[in-house]
Write a protein that binds this ligand. Structure first.
Ligand code: PLP
Length: 391
């Protein structure tokens, strides 16, 4: 009999997003009379903005006539979107269209990129961190090492004394909600240059950055083009969690042939992102879209600041929430993160994300998202306040 991939057994069911979602679903099904409020999984609550919807409607129409119909598109994305991104996001960095890839989500992009590198590469991942990197590495039978990024170190991934080939960095960070400064990233870039390593820089939340000392793109930092692959997503800024469109840059400067071999791999594994999604993403760069996106982001950031102040007022220590829609709340009771998740779910019908999902070091914390709607956040805060103040 064909044997199953043993490495997939390394993905531990009890500490995963889908376990939390399953528990929420089961609890909801057995309590149909209750109204649940989610501050948990980082989905967005705002609809897609009008200029983008209009562009996607137009793209659907294109498919209905022989003259404008589109079948299989380029595996690496249409030129119209590559050009729009390079012009609007990377103008100062002179990347060519051969160095940018359009795809259907940063989740798949940040994990499948490991296929670009030797399978014996030494990979390091901060703990706690977005768990998809480690699970994606397991799925590709890669070995990983955790590096510290806990409260003692202000949750900054600590630069290791040993050699690694591949480093995952996530900024703005999920789950902590902090963003790395230029000065700190420079240290990582120096490490990567010295070690001939590559940094996989997940910048999915770049649209939420407002601090002056935090780079919008890693390429703002000297030498980043030599050692960094940057990933970005339209999921959160454009409410594309259901539409799917993302992009990433592999600079030619990293090493000879890097893009020619990745193109071979991509052509054989992917038939390109959806035409309609790419047309929608292109419309991001219209002036009216930019204005609406900024308004949405400001709104989400208002939510996250309200949540931060709220949890602080209840005596919790709270991290993040400055350049990110997430806050990372330290549990003040003697409870594990699964215990507080169940307490909130069952007593308050409020859904949060247990910190253990992001790694062992996350078990004293839970993550709260400001991507929920204002109504949900206000009602959830009322329930939480009544619970803590009624104690
Ligand atoms: N990277 C990080 C850090 C995320 O938090 C998420 C989604 O929550 C993703 C990537 C996934 O992005 P996408 O929807 O583009 O797959």
């Amino acid at each position: 009999m064909a044997e199953l991939n043993k490495d997939l057994f390394n993905i531990k069911d009890e500490n995963e997003f889908y376990t939390a979602s399953k528990q929420v679903r089961e609890y909801k099904e057995s309590h149909p009379d209750k109204e649940f409020l989610s501050l948990g999984i980082g989905d967005v609550s705002k609809p897609i903005i009008k200029p983008v919807i209009e562009a996607m409607h137009k793209a659907v129409d294109d498919l209905s006539s022989m003259e404008t119909f589109k079948g299989y598109g380029p595996s690496h994305g249409y030129d119209f979107l590559k050009e729009a991104i390079l012009e609007n996001e990377y103008k100062n960095f002179s990347f060519s269209k051969d160095e940018i890839y359009i795809s259907n989500g940063t989740k798949i992009d940040t994990t499948s990129i490991l296929e670009l590198f030797d399978k014996d590469s030494k990979i390091c991942i901060a703990n706690p961190l977005y768990p998809i990197y480690k699970n994606g590495a397991y799925a590709l039978s890669r070995k990983i090492t955790y590096i510290k990024a806990d409260e003692e170190n202000d949750f900054l991934a600590q630069i290791p004394d040993e050699h690694f080939d591949i480093i995952y960095l996530c900024s703005p960070n999920n789950p902590i909600g902090i963003a790395y400064t230029k000065a700190y990233l420079k240290k990582w870039i120096d490490y990567a240059v010295l070690n001939k390593a590559v940094i996989l820089y997940d910048n999915a939340y770049f649209a939420f950055i407002s601090s002056e000392d935090v780079p919008k793109s890693i390429y703002e930092i000297e030498n980043a083009k030599k050692v960094c692959i940057e990933f970005r997503s339209f999921s959160k800024s454009l409410s594309f969690t259901g539409v799917r469109c993302s992009y990433y840059i592999i600079p030619n400067e990293i090493c000879e042939n890097i893009n020619s071999i990745w193109k071979k791999r991509t052509i054989n594994r992917f038939n390109g992102a959806d035409y309609i999604a790419q047309k929608g993403a292109e419309a991001t760069y219209k002036e009216e879209s930019q204005k609406l996106i900024k308004e949405n982001i400001l709104d989400y950031m208002k939510h996250v600041r309200t949540l931060k102040t709220f949890f602080q007022s209840l005596g919790f220590t709270v991290f993040g929430g400055e350049d990110s829609p997430f806050i990372w709340v330290k549990i003040k009771e003697n409870l594990t993160s699964w215990e507080i998740f169940h307490l909130f779910l069952e007593k308050l019908n409020v859904i949060i994300t247990p910190g253990i999902i992001f790694g062992k070091e996350g078990d004293k914390f839970f993550r709260v998202s400001g991507l929920a709607s204002e109504e949900v956040i206000n009602e959830a805060m009322e329930r939480i306040r009544a619970f803590y103040e009624g104690k």
